[in-house]
Ligand binder design. Structure first.
Ligand code: GAP
Length: 451
C-alpha cells in the first residue's frame, strides 16, 4: 500500500489543527515564512528537547551555548560566508522572477507550468550571477557601510567565536562539544516544500572539538549516532539513510561530509549534515581576530588547534519528517480516521481526559484526573462533542492516550485508557494512572506504520 502521507495532506492537517500557518496570512502571506501554532510549538519543542537530551543531558562531554544572532561582521569574513555563501541565480525578463540556475530543470515555468524554467515559449533568462544568501541589516541609526551586519546564516559560527570562553569556563578538554539551538536566516532563492526550505528556520548544531588524530573516528561515531537518533524517535528504518557526499559536493571547509536523509513525499532529502571541518574555522577566526584559538595540554605539553566534527540539523525539517512519518489514514469501525502515530515522547499532548457525558459527577472526576496528570505531562481536557469525535480530534494531533471517565468510574474509581495505535482499551485505577502513563511514555517505541 502506498504511504498515506503527501505534502498537501500534511500542510492541510497543519492548518486544520493549528500546527503551522503561513506567516502574515491576513496580509496575503510573506514569501516562505511560517508561524507555529499551539500543537506545532509543542511538537517542535519536544523535538528540540530530545536533541538537548541526546546531546547534553545524557553526555558529560558537551555543553550548551546560546549566542547572538547579530555578530561582528568579521565573523562572516573569516568563515568565508561573505565571499562564498552564494547560489547562482538567473532572472527571467519575461515573468520578472528569479530562479536558482542549478535547479532550472526541476522548476516549473510560472507562465507555462507544463514547461521547466527556461523552456517556456516566452522565457528570457539572464546569465547566471552569484547571489549572497545572507540577510543584511544596519546596526544603529546610521545607515552607512560601517554599520552593516548580517542575520546569522548558521548557528555554528557563534560556537567557534566562543571557543576560548567555553574552554576557559567549562573545565572541558578535547574531545568535547558545544551545542546550540537557534534561528538562522538565509535568503533562499527557491524556498519551498512547506517548512522544508524556508528563509527563517531553526538549527540544532553541535561542534565537537577533538585532537586532530581522533577526527576520523569521531566523524564515524557522530554519523552513526545522529542517524540512530531519528530511528530511536520512531522514524521507519526504510525511510532513513546515510549518504556520503562525493568529493565534488564537499564545502570548502570539509574533508568529509555525510547527510542523514529521509524519504519525504518529494523524494530522499537532507535532514542533517555531519561534517569533518578539520581546523578550518578555528584557524580562520584566529587569523581574523588575532586571538589564539588552540588547546594546550598541560600533561603532554602538546599545543594544537582542535579539529571539528559537526552534526548540523534543522529543527523544522526534523519536525516535518516526524509528522510525515507518523501520518496515517485508517478505517476504524466503518469510519475513516487520520492519525499521527508520533513517538509518544514527541507527541504534543500525551494524555486527553474525556468525561463520557457532561452530567452526573463525570466532569468533576475528569477535572480531578486532569489535575493529577497535567503537572506530569502535557494534557488536555475535552468535554465537547461525541466521544467518537473527541477521539478523532486527539488522533489527528497524535495524542497517545485518551483517558475516559464513565459511569463505572464513579463506582470503582477506574478509568478507560485508549491506546492511539492499537486502539486497545484498558481499565486502570485513577491512583495508578499518573505512574502508569509516565512508565508507558518512557518505554521504547517503534512505528506501527507498515507502509
Ligand atoms: N553549519 C553547517 C550548516 O549550517 P547546512 O547543511 O547548511 O549546514 C544544516 O544546514 C541543516 O539546517 C540542514 O541539514 C537542514 O536541516 C537545516 N536547513 C538548512 N537550510 C535550511 C532552510 N533554508 N530551511 C530549513 N532548514 C534548513
Amino acid at each position: 500500500m502506498p504511504d498515506a502521507a503527501t505534502m498537501e495532506k500534511i500542510v492541510a492537517l497543519c492548518k486544520r489543527r493549528g500546527f503551522v500557518f503561513a506567516s502574515s496570512e491576513i496580509y496575503g502571506g510573506i514569501g516562505s515564512t511560517y508561524d507555529y501554532g499551539h500543537y506545532g510549538v509543542l511538537l517542535k519543542t519536544n523535538v528540540k528537547n530530545e536533541w538537548w537530551r541526546a546531546m547534553v543531558r545524557e553526555r558529560d562531554d558537551i555543553v550548551a551555548l546560546d549566542s547572538a544572532i547579530l555578530q561582528h561582521p568579521k565573523t562572516w569574513e573569516a568563515s568565508g560566508h561573505l565571499a562564498g555563501f552564494t547560489d547562482p541565480m538567473v532572472d527571467c525578463r519575461a515573468c520578472g522572477q528569479r530562479f536558482r540556475a542549478d535547479h532550472l530543470g526541476e522548476l516549473q515555468c510560472p507562465q507555462k507550468p507544463s514547461k521547466h524554467v527556461g523552456d517556456g515559449p516566452s522565457c528570457d533568462l539572464t546569465e547566471a550571477r552569484d547571489f549572497n544568501l545572507m540577510f543584511e541589516t544596519t546596526m544603529g541609526p546610521v545607515k552607512d557601510s560601517g554599520a552593516t551586519v548580517y542575520l546569522r546564516p548558521e548557528t555554528a559560527q557563534g560556537i567557534f567565536v566562543n571557543f576560548k570562553n567555553v574552554l576557559q569556563f567549562s573545565r572541558k578538554k578535547p574531545p568535547f562539544g558545544i551545542a546550540q539551538v537557534g534561528k538562522s536566516f538565509r535568503n533562499e532563492i527557491t524556498p519551498g516544500n512547506f517548512v522544508f526550505r524556508t528563509r527563517e528556520f531553526e538549527q540544532m548544531e553541535m561542534e565537537f572539538f577533538v585532537p586532530p588524530d581522533e577526527a576520523p573516528q569521531w566523524y564515524d561515531f557522530w554519523k552513526a549516532a545522529r542517524r540512530d537518533w531519528y530511528a530511536e524517535l520512531g522514524i521507519r528504518e526504510d525511510h532513513l539513510r546515510l549518504r556520503d557526499h562525493d568529493p565534488d559536493e564537499l564545502s570548502h571547509y570539509s574533508s568529509a561530509t555525510a547527510d542523514v536523509e529521509y524519504l519525504f513525499p518529494i523524494g530522499w532529502s537532507e535532514l542533517e549534515g555531519i561534517a569533518n571541518r578539520g581546523d578550518f574555522d578555528l584557524t580562520q577566526h584566529a587569523k581574523f581576530s588575532g586571538e589564539k584559538l588552540e588547546y594546550f595540554d598541560p600533561q603532554t605539553k602538546d599545543r594544537y588547534v582542535p579539529h571539528v566534527i559537526e552534526p548540523a540539523a534543522g529543527a523544522d525539517r526534523a519536525t516535518l519528517a516526524f509528522m510525515v512519518d507518523a501520518y496515517d489514514e485508517e478505517e476504524v469501525e466503518g469510519e475513516q480516521r487520520t492519525v499521527l502515530k508520533l513517538h509518544p515522547r514527541l507527541a504534543p499532548v500525551k494524555a486527553a481526559v474525556l468525561p463520557l457525558v457532561r452530567k452526573d459527577d463525570q466532569p468533576a472526576v475528569a477535572q480531578e484526573v486532569y489535575g493529577a496528570l497535567r503537572g506530569l505531562m502535557q494534557s488536555e481536557y475535552d468535554e465537547g462533542g461525541s466521544i467518537g469525535r473527541r477521539y478523532r480530534r486527539q488522533d489527528e494531533i497524535g495524542t497517545p492516550y485518551c483517558v475516559t471517565i464513565d459511569h463505572q468510574t464513579l463506582e470503582d474509581r477506574t478509568v478507560t485508557v485508549r491506546d492511539r495505535d492499537s486502539l486497545s482499551q484498558e481499565r486502570i485505577a485513577i491512583d495508578a494512572l499518573p505512574g502508569e502513563l509516565a512508565a508507558r511514555l518512557a518505554a521504547p517505541w517503534s512505528s506501527p506504520k507498515t507502509a
